[in-house]
Each structure stands twice: as structure tokens, then as C-alpha cells.
Design a binder for this molecule. Sequence first.
Ligand SMILES: NC(=O)c1ccc[n+]([C@@H]2O[C@H](COP(=O)([O-])OP(=O)(O)OC[C@H]3O[C@@H](n4cnc5c(N)ncnc54)[C@H](OP(=O)(O)O)[C@@H]3O)[C@@H](O)[C@H]2O)c1
Length: 345
Amino acid sequence: MNTDAPIAPGSEPPARSATMRASVARRYGTADVLTVEEVPVPTAGKKEVLVRVEASSLNALDWHFLTGTPYPLRLMSGLRRPKRIVRGADVAGTVVAVGAKVTRFQPGDEVFGECDAGGGCAPFMVVNEEHVVAKPPGVGFDVAGATPVAGLTAVQGLRNKAQLQPGEQVLINGAAGGVGTFAVQVAKAMGATVTAVCSTRNVEMVRSAGADEVIDYTVDDFVDGGRRFDVMMDNVGNRTPAECLSVLNPGARYLAVSGPKENPWIDPIPHLARTALKFLRADATFLQYTAKPNHDDLTYLGQLLSDGHLVPVVDRVVGLEGVADGLAEIGTGHAKAKIVVMPHR
Ligand SMILES: NC(=O)c1ccc[n+]([C@@H]2O[C@H](COP(=O)([O-])OP(=O)(O)OC[C@H]3O[C@@H](n4cnc5c(N)ncnc54)[C@H](OP(=O)(O)O)[C@@H]3O)[C@@H](O)[C@H]2O)c1
């Protein structure tokens, strides 16, 4: 069966034995373990929907699943080799089949959402029905597919965890990446004033995303500027949380999005205790979280996309052959905004 042929909404799903061309990694490693090859089309489990993927996008999350790092991740992703061989946590597409216990969707529904374990760098993927929502009609698949992981990280950090208020001052370290370009726009949509940190080549891009002020980290260090903030979102971790206290107002919230560059596992308890004590003394709150897909937050993102408050910043759109280069770029720690994957290209 030719899985590249368009499947009209509501039409028959691919046969159980059908195969598809996908970007595949059968072992942990860097981007050179990725190949494009023929694999079986997955079958939806009881609570899963099978989606014809119109767009996915690449995230640091996919890099972690590709390399199997940090190692505790392998407890979930597979100890010796990845259980799921296709990367791509983000998905936007059309439901073509549903599992026996799916209640929310039916074939023909256009959806977007996230499956951490991946699958989006292929023409079809399965995803739990709790982790996708209806795609707003006016929002393109490319736009919706660029959004879930990075958008949820921004919303769950700034809105749910930090409870950002209109008029507050926000500092976003690592504003030029996937999460950062969403965070700048989400913070602006929530009425905050945004200061963004990125390198020279990304200053204009971050400014056009809506940042009120931009600190070029190749010229200035954000901890030296004398400015203070109510919320800091740290997508980089190049400074310790304790060092970041110097830019926080009393009552501020610090969002640790990335892991720290220093290694806290050498002495985890003294390290955490020292950090907690310093935050307590400074009357600041240390917040750590792992973003997870849910209907409420995905619906909120859909609304922002629909209203035009959120426009994903896309560096480029690639087909399956471009996945390896894209993930290699993310692995350098200097990817620019989003790389969208269109598997049927
Ligand atoms: N907690 C969670 O739930 C969660 C969710 C998603 C992601 N994450 C983590 O958050 C981090 C960011 O994710 P992402 O998807 O945005 O990554 P990304 O798309 O790869 O972006 C990384 C960005 O960091 C910037 N950067 C590198 N060094 C910097 C520095 N010294 N100062 C300021 N910016 C710097 C780079 O910009 P330049 O090229 O300008 O240097 C690049 O744009 C990753 O560590 C990821 O694992 C956590």
C-alpha cells in the first residue's frame, strides 16, 4: 500500500500489514544512528488514536530519547535499546483509526498534541487520546505540529507553575530555542514585560517574537545588568539557580526548565539543601517541572494559535531525510526556534 497517498478524512485506515517510510533509530546514539527505512504502520492500542501525521517538529526531548540520556530516562524508553524507534513527540494530523476504548475522537478528526515516546517522524503515529485535542479549524497543520512540546513547556511553566501576572517583569534565558520562542510570546500574551537572553545572530528574531528587551549573552552577562525580575525562566542552566538569585525580586519565582550545567548528582542532598536554603533566605521560589500533555493546556495553546497571540517561529521545514541534521543541530545546544517535519513531503 502506498502510505504517501492522501487519506481522506473518514476513509479506511491503512491495513494492519501496511508499511511506511519513517525516520528510525534502532539503537541509542547521536544523529548518525538515524536512517530512513520501511517499518510497519503502528496499531492503535485501546485508548490510542492512529493519526495520519501532517506535521511534527523536533525538540530537545527527542534528542534525549535519541541518545538515551540522562540515563534514568532509559527506565522508561528502554534499557538497552529504544522501545519506540521513531522520534518526534509533536503531532498534528488526522485521526484515521481509534482504539476500542477511545471516546473523544473518531476517524476524520483533525488533532494536535504530544506523545513523549515519539512516533511523529513517520506518516502515521499512535497517541493516547488524553494527549491530543481538536486542532482549531483555522490553524494550519504546520503551525499546530510546531507547538505541543515547546508550547506546553512555556504555558505550564509561566501560567501554571509561576502564575505569571500582567505587568510582571520576566527574564527568559535561552529565548531563541524552541521553548524560548514560545515562552516570549506566552509571557507577552499574559501581559508581562519580557527581557530575553540569546546570542547575537538571534537578537532580531527574538525581538520580532515580542521581547521588550534583549540581552546578547556574547556581549553582556544577564547577572551583571543590575535589573531585577519577578519571574525567571531558565532554559539553559549556564548559571546556578543560586547565582540567578541576584536578578530576582523578593517574592520572585525561578523556573528551572533545563537541567543544570553543573552536576548536582555528585552530592544531591547537600546541593539541593543549599539551594533551597538560599532561595528561602531570598524570599524566592524555586520551581522545577516536567511538562506533560493534557487537554486543558493544549486547548489553551490552540486558542492562542487561533487568536494569533502565538505564531510559532519556524527556522525550516524538512522531510524525513532532514530529521538527522535537525536533531544534530539540537544536540549542539544552539538550535534556532523550531524545525518542522512534514513526513509526507
Ligand atoms: N522541564 C521540561 O519539561 C522541559 C521541556 C522542554 C525542554 N526542556 C529543556 O529545556 C532546554 C531548552 O529546550 P529547547 O527545546 O528550547 O532547546 P533548543 O531548541 O535546542 O534551544 C536551545 C537554545 O539555547 C540557547 N542557548 C545556548 N546557550 C545559551 C546561553 N549561554 N545563553 C542563552 N541562551 C543559550 C541557544 O541559542 P543561541 O544559539 O543563541 O546560543 C538555543 O536557541 C533543554 O535543556 C530541554 O531539555 C525541559
